[in-house]
Write a protein that binds this ligand. Sequence first.
Ligand SMILES: Nc1ncnc2c1ncn2[C@@H]1O[C@H](COP(=O)(O)OP(=O)(O)OP(=O)(O)O)[C@@H](O)[C@H]1O
Length: 252
Amino acid sequence: MVELSKKISSVVGKTNAEYELIKEGDRVLVGFSGGKDSTTLIHALNHLKRVAPFDFEFKAVTITYGMGEQVQFLSQHCKEHGIEHEIVDTQIFELAGEKIRKNSSFCSFFSRMRRGYLYSTAQEQGFNKLALGHHLDDAMESFFMNFLYNGALRSMPPIYKAENGLKVIRPLIFCRERQLRAFAQKNEISVIGDEACPAMRFDIKMPHAREKTKELLAKMEEENPQMFISMKAAFNNIQTSTFFEKEYLDRD
Ligand SMILES: Nc1ncnc2c1ncn2[C@@H]1O[C@H](COP(=O)(O)OP(=O)(O)OP(=O)(O)O)[C@@H](O)[C@H]1O
């Protein structure tokens, strides 16, 4: 039995209720990379299944890239915890080939391709929701990266509907990354780190935007330990008429 902190289970339970992420009768496919985030996610959902006053089912799925990854131990881990698991083998790595050498946004290429396989697996097998392991630090990093490097005010919602009608949900969106790291450490679960990212196999300079944003946020949080509380509140307090977009201005 793994030990899930009260904090994580309560945050996940509240997020689920507030945003109606998982409801009675849902069939949820969970993207399980074997990293600390999605490992926490499968255990948080397993816990929710035991305590929630509604029934739902979920299955973990791991997409491989065709790089000879050894992920059988993930099936073993799921089996030990009574979680259904499937490995979907793909040739994403080979497909990437030339395309990636010419294109610097190779991380997003892998992520897009992986997302495609997650969507099609969900659709083929009749799942109506896809759960991903993004957390609050991811949402804030994504916000700042878009703000500082891409000229957009956008982040990661707890739930959205993909083009194919599948609902994508993020049950850990209000958990801090350090809580997820602590969960994996405390339970001595061996997790796959960033080195498993196929992009690491290419001899190209890694994009530094995420790394830099992480550092920036860490420095800012040192100065202002309440920062994430304020940022989370700000995401619920969007005053659209105070920006430059004409459509939202109060002019009449
Ligand atoms: N190979 C994979 N197979 C299935 N799902 C995946 C895979 N890689 C990522 N995902 C899903 O997409 C989410 C976001 O992926 P990303 O690579 O940004 O993860 P991460 O922040 O490193 O998280 P993790 O610690 O779970 O790997 C993961 O939390 C997981 O739910």
